[in-house]
Design a protein around this ligand. Structure first.
Ligand code: UDP
Length: 469
């Protein structure tokens, strides 16, 4: 009998990378005769959020923790998340080689799947004669941009943010340089060099798995598969939307869900900025006032003010009980019948799937967007960091998934803007239009992942490649 093909999956640090890659592994081993090992870089004892994902996996998906990279503490205080991720991956390369060599001696190891920060394991996969696949946790638009980055790098001499004209992404919209994804913002930075290296590698890969689906980004996928972006023959596999399928196995139902049980159908706007998004104190006050005067019900997952757009919880997804003293005076008392404020963390997928949730003010992290699409919840786009400004643009200008919360010249979304956009989403014609589109996409997403659906077919084509090795 033929040996079961085994794949190694190497996500970079951050729950936003681990969760969709674990879901990919689950679908692969469930529908095909393949087993997998997830190899996790660490900086210390694994956080609970991480172990709970790993422990819930089926038995033919194993996991290995690499030795901790303690030297990450030596990076300058306030280093950006992508700089830290890049550092951790570099420092983990020799241990990933050891892990892969050992796996190869024990299993029929055929492939390594890395993501856009862990791709420096490419050469190790090559040495070990493994297939090299990229798991792209962003969307087709961001992939299309990545394919043109090597040419932009040659043609443009200044920082992208200083470009006088926008950049057209093939099969998608145009972006101002300042809105491009964070890793390409400072060209002398290690994160830029790492991302450029990835972009140059795209054409040498055995394939790219994209966490999106044909029906959501039809035009962009068409351009990508036609090779218009110059990716020659690199096969592209749209396999999404992959979102966490067993959101929580905790015994106690979260207070936010109990509160939602008492709210009317589709009446509540969820306000959440992902696993690490933070706002300044001024911005928190504008948001609080805008929510209050909108008169709409809200469920706000709030974090302490921070002048930076993201904080360390990005890495740990840890939940802290922050005091709410930073909210405007009297806000909680005045809105006690209108909204609920929860500190740090709440079960987002369960909130989005609750019948009382009718809108989502989101930081546009791609996992959050997909979770909203799967549950048919229309959005307000309020991007903060990473590639979220690009996502927000494509969500509002091309995919009709969201209304936009516009900033003023100081980068603040003012209370009047918040009041209006929340009302428009929940009660206005624009909100209705976006809501209808989300209802259609919810059905399309379900179909894509069902037997014979587009993403299911892509996954089968990928599995056939593994079995052929
Ligand atoms: N999330 C959650 N509860 C929270 C905040 C975030 O469950 O209070 C989950 C959310 O459902 C999503 C992930 O954390 O799966 C955030 O990923 P995303 O790509 O949206 O943003 P990132 O945190 O990577 O910026």
């Amino acid at each position: 009998m033929a040996k079961t093909p085994h794949i190694a999956i190497f996500p970079s640090p951050g729950m936003g990378h681990l969760i969709p890659m674990a879901e990919f592994a689950k679908r692969l081993v469930k529908h095909h005769h393949i087993s997998a090992t997830i190899i996790i870089p660490t900086t210390g004892p694994p956080p609970k959020a991480q172990t709970s994902v790993l422990e819930s996996l089926p038995e033919n998906i194993h996991h290995i923790f690499l030795p901790p990279v303690t030297t990450v503490a030596d990076l300058p205080a306030g280093s950006r998340p992508e700089v830290k991720i890049f550092f951790i991956i570099q420092a983990s390369l020799s241990s990933i080689r050891d892990a892969l060599t050992s796996l190869k001696s024990k299993t029929h190891l055929v492939a390594l799947v890395f993501d856009m920060f862990s791709h420096d394991s490419f050469e190790i996969a090559q040495e070990l004669n493994l297939f090299k696949f990229l798991f792209f946790p962003m969307n087709a638009m961001a992939l299309s941009f990545s394919f043109i980055l090597p040419n932009l790098d040659k043609e443009i001499v200044c920082e992208f943010k200083d470009l006088p004209h926008p950049i057209k992404v093939p099969g998608s919209v145009s972006f101002h340089g300042r809105d491009l994804m964070a890793p390409v913002q400072i060209r002398t930075d290690e994160a830029y060099k790492g991302y450029l290296q990835l972009s140059k590698r795209l054409t040498s890969l055995d394939g790219i798995l994209v966490n999106s689906f044909q029906e959501l980004e039809a035009e962009t996928f068409q351009v990508l598969t036609a090779g218009v972006t110059g990716q020659s023959q690199t096969p592209i596999y749209p396999i999404g939307p992959l979102i966490r399928s067993d959101p929580s196995n905790g015994s106690d139902r979260h207070e936010s869900l109990k509160w939602l049980d008492h709210q009317p159908t589709k009446s509540v706007v969820l306000v959440s900025f992902g696993s690490g998004g933070t706002l300044s104190l001024d911005q928190i006050h504008e948001l609080a006032t805008g929510l209050e005067t909108s008169g709409q019900r809200f469920l706000w997952i709030v974090r302490s003010p921070n002048e930076k757009a993201s904080n360390a919880s990005f890495f740990t997804a840890s939940s802290r009980t922050d005091s709410l003293g930073f909210l405007p005076q009297g806000f909680l008392a005045r809105t006690k019948n209108q909204g609920l404020v929860v500190t740090s963390w709440a079960p987002q997928i369960e909130i989005l799937s609750h019948g009382a949730t009718g809108g989502f003010l989101t930081h546009c992290g791609w996992n959050s967007v997909l979770e909203s699409v799967v549950h048919g919840v229309p959005m307000i786009a309020w991007p903060l960091y990473a590639e979220q400004h690009m996502n927000a643009k494509v969500m509002t200008e091309s995919l009709s998934l969201a209304l936009r919360a516009e900033t003023d010249e100081h980068g603040i979304v003012r209370k009047e803007v918040i009041e209006k956009v929340v009302k428009d989403l929940m009660e206005g014609d624009e909100g209705k239009r976006v809501s209808n589109r989300l209802n259609e996409l919810k059905v399309a997403a379900m179909k894509a992942l069902s037997d014979g659906g587009s993403s299911m077919e892509s996954l089968s084509k990928f599995a056939v490649r593994l079995i052929s090795k």
